[in-house]
Design a protein around this ligand. Sequence first.
Ligand code: NAI
Length: 462
Amino acid sequence: MADFDTIIIGAGPGGYVAAIRAAQLGQKVACVEGRDTLGGTCLNVGCIPSKALLHATHMLHETQENFQKMGLIGTSPKVDWTKMQGYKDDVVQANTKGIEFLFKKNKVTWIRGWATIPAPGQVKVGEETHTAKAIVIATGSEASSLPGVTVDEETVVTSTGALTLGRIPKSMVVIGAGVIGLEMGSVYARLGTAVTVIEYLDAITPGMDAEVAKTFQRILTKQGLAFVLGAAVQSVTKARKGATVSYKVRKTDTEATLDAEIVLVATGRKPFTGGLGLEALGVETGPRGTVKTDAHWQTNIPGLYAIGDCVAGPMLAHKAEDEGMAVAEVLSGKHGHVNYGVIPGVIYTTPEVANVGLTEEQLKAEGRAYKVGRFPFMGNARAKAVFQAEGFVKLIADAATDRILGCHIIGPGAGDLIHEVCVAMEFGAAAQDLALTSHAHPTWSEAVREAALACGDGAIHA
Ligand code: NAI
């Protein structure tokens, strides 16, 4: 008899959710984790600590930019970097301890150490080999650097190093205008660092709605971030103090350099599967080393499953969680399912940026007839009251059926507002369904309703 019904490798959002759900469904479950704390990249060195720093620096920005306007007069706060780091660490600890509590509550065994899979149905941790009916690989991802760039996590850092810099740098070059680059770039720009973002493409946040990306860049520029677009970084050379970044301007094919105290490499992530022994097992992999699975997250090896950042799809904690729940259900004889068409994406800057479903660019490429309802936060009373009236909601619906196909928001609370659209899409709603739903006044969510109204007879406040 196997030691466990299911062994999950990795206790990030994919792994720990799979473990808890499988246990709730009556399985005997173990989860292997090599870090000293549970929660994976997200809780330890990703989503959670970055949100703590984004929150703290947003508060600072408010005191500097908006307090006076609201009649709040007084000495502006000074930054105690060590204390801010301590606050961030406390937030991380509270969350990782929370997962430990949930493991105990649900009787999930935490096997501490790094796992290998010597044979199907076996997981080796240290000297001990554990057996299981099913194994789930949920080992996540790691930062992928560029050729010519050596990360030392002190001067040339990934997001991990950027969260724990010894001091607030005077200057920073961020390579890559994706999610990590813009979130961490915002943090340091608000702390007074001169931040320059170098991006290979001609626009920031590739894949995002082009109008949103343009507005987003304009707002971030106003907040002090500088952008060099259409530039491919060639190398980073460490100097006595800081480093020099060499890049090629793609249009003119000319080379240029930029010096900075810190260089943040934010050019994407890759599956973290080295050391598991997948090659020896004959596990099939796809582009960029992603583990290949079927529609039920099973690899080509029977009984071996994979979910989260190490499989295909967006590298998002909530996508991993969804897959974690679904695979646990499949392994418990139920019908786990993930609707990949309705997975929101959020950037936690100020303003927040959020999206779900299809973009206009994608619909044009598909040749599909659609209509767009736009509503600017300038017409939203609550947004004006909090100095965040610059963005907009853009709702996209099918031209013939009015069915919602996507939504793109830049504005206050965008990361929460998007979920009303996610629910609507899950129910196959039309824009009119949102438009006919009462929304409390004054709330930011009224902007979503107004965008839905704009898909029909028109918004009221625009
Ligand atoms: P990303 O894929 O979002 O962006 C990387 C950027 O680097 C791209 O715009 C790319 O064009 C650019 N780039 C690549 N090579 C370059 C070069 N040689 N010179 C200049 N630019 C170059 O990757 P990122 O920001 O590192 O994030 C990694 C993953 O983590 C993503 O999948 C992201 O979704 C996820 N993440 C999600 C968060 C959220 O949901 N809020 C927060 C942080 C990370």
